[in-house]
Design a protein around this ligand. Sequence first.
Ligand code: C2E
Ligand code: MG
Ligand code: MG
Ligand code: MG
Length: 280
Amino acid sequence: RVKQDGRNSYAFYTESLTQESVAKLKLQSALHDALELNAFHLEYQPKISFRTGDVVGFEALLRWVDPVLGSISPDIFIPLAEKIGLIQDIGRWVLKRACEQGQRWRKQGVSFGRIAVNVAGQQIQRSSFVDEVAEILKQTGLPASSLELEVTESCMMSNPELVSQDLAKLGQMGIELSIDDFGTGYSSLSYLKKLPLHKLKIDQSFVAGLPFDTHNTAIAKAIIAMGHALNLQVVAEGVETQAQADFLKDNHCDHAQGYFYSKPKLVEELTAFLIADDRV
Ligand code: C2E
Ligand code: MG
Ligand code: MG
Ligand code: MG
């Protein structure tokens, strides 16, 4: 009796494992085909200046809609792309598309500040990264002064010497550099001072607790103060309410991004934001 129970639960266990790995394999092979199938597109989310209310830029966010599996979150497929060696190709595609869009807006006379593109750790750690960025700017015609790159703390800290040289080159070209999801990874404060950065983005997990959670208010205030002390602009991501926006503005945060202003949208849906900014 005992034996049989054991066998049954073993069979059950392997079966569910198999189902899980089949699902994983399906996801992987779909991701392999995604570029060729044209299954990616970008959405753009505006960043707003607390001081003037103007749009100061847009963040490009990658979307994947597989014909069979449907829409899959970047929180799932970006780490997968890193794991299976697809992030270089996908990352290059994103950068190219975002730069093309920026150049299109420039030709239309739309002032959009900067286009921000997320860069994965593996991308920036490649020795050819700076050349790739330069090449894409040349191909698309977008000036470096219209581009911003968002990098997470952990991907810089894993090889700070090497990465900081590349960041310096990108900075010299006129590209702005932001630390994304700040406060969630671990940063060495001494490197933070040495790296040629322009902005810190307060992670949305801290913004979510504003303005009432005493822990999060303390962290947000500290990040803003530290950012300003290091001569960096501070951006709050995930701003969803007026009360959060008021708190951040009162505490001298520079820029805001979040559903309170706009969800990420297709270019065609952004007209209101682009027109509003164009009047300035
Ligand atoms: P992230 O760079 O920190 O981007 C911000 C995420 O927060 C986006 O999620 C955005 O849609 C979401 N968001 C914006 N405002 C709000 C808000 O008010 N409330 C809430 N709850 N969420 C908000 P998304 O688009 O799902 O992207 C998730 C992450 O995937 C990004 O986080 C980024 O790390 C990564 N990612 C997205 N696109 C790319 C890409 O092209 N390349 C790389 N390497 N990573 C990307
Ligand atoms: Mg980002
Ligand atoms: Mg972020
Ligand atoms: Mg994030």
